[in-house]
Design a protein around this ligand. Structure first.
Ligand code: 13P
Length: 248
């Protein structure tokens, strides 16, 4: 079976102003351009306000752009929302969907996320669907059940496997400095792959939750881990590039 390409994604969340965001994007773009041809894919997901200026900064570099969420509709009376088509229009190639911060803060559930997947794939975006167990679920041995349930609920009946990435992000590992062992990540990634059936052979399954330069190498070296979704450590250009470079 062909080896899956590694994918490094920086999720800036609600961080970055015009100057700081452009500087950060430029640093990553310069490092990536100097390392061309890249043997992995690298994606920045800045806040929506910075997508367009950063799109201009990234032109000519191998760094790709993604959104952090989108609406399920293509356009219409949805105050404050953004559609997948709008993200694609600005040059985004990816969108993060079902992040646990959105699931928790806005009560986003599987059926809504599945609708977003359909709409985003139709707009040509690759959908990064996030899943992860809570600390309570982990403690009670319910991780595998929680993951399988979230995965099947968050995917529409029909989707394009070539436009799907699954991000395993244990909620207890996000922003805490706590990281599961590579063995624990591998077990969940294999479970996700099995649950996806035939698509599981090609879909990239990436890990997120307190990935930092110090732990990136062991995570990225594992064949069952196709990349990382990085939060706070992606806000530092040097640190983010150090993580990405481990995917070589
Ligand atoms: P941290 O890397 O800050 O733990 O965040 C992970 C995350 O939520 C990425 O989507």
């Amino acid at each position: 079976m062909a080896k899956r390409r590694k994918l490094i994604v920086g999720n800036w969340k609600m961080n970055g102003r015009l100057t700081s965001g452009l500087n950060l994007a430029r640093e990553v773009a310069d490092r990536a351009t100097a390392s061309m041809p890249l043997t992995f894919d690298i994606v920045l997901c800045p806040p929506a306000t910075l997508i367009w200026p950063i799109a201009e900064t990234l032109m000519g570099s191998p760094v790709l752009l993604g959104g952090q969420d989108c609406h399920y509709a293509n356009h219409g009376a949805y105050t404050g929302d953004l559609s997948a088509g709008m993200l694609a229009d600005l040059g985004c190639r990816y969108v993060i969907l079902g992040h646990s911060e959105r699931r928790m803060a806005y009560g986003e559930q599987g059926d809504l996320i599945a609708q977003k997947v359909t709409s985003a794939q139709l707009a040509g975006l690759t959908t990064i669907v996030c899943l992860g167990e809570t600390l309570e679920q982990r403690a009670s041995g319910a991780t595998e059940t929680a993951i399988v349930q979230q995965l099947s609920a968050s995917l529409p009946d029909k989707y394009h496997a070539s436009q799907l990435v699954v991000a395993y992000e244990p909620i207890w590992a996000i922003g805490t400095g706590e990281v599961p062992s590579v063995e624990e990540i591998r077990i969940v990634h294999r479970l996700i792959r099995r649950s996806l059936g035939v698509a599981g052979e090609t879909v990239q399954v990436i890990y997120g939750g307190s990935v930092v330069p110090n732990n990136a190498e062991s995570i990225l070296q594992d064949d069952d881990i196709d990349g990382v979704l990085v939060g706070s450590a992606s806000l530092n250009g040097d640190g983010f590039w150090t993580i990405a470079d481990k995917a070589r």
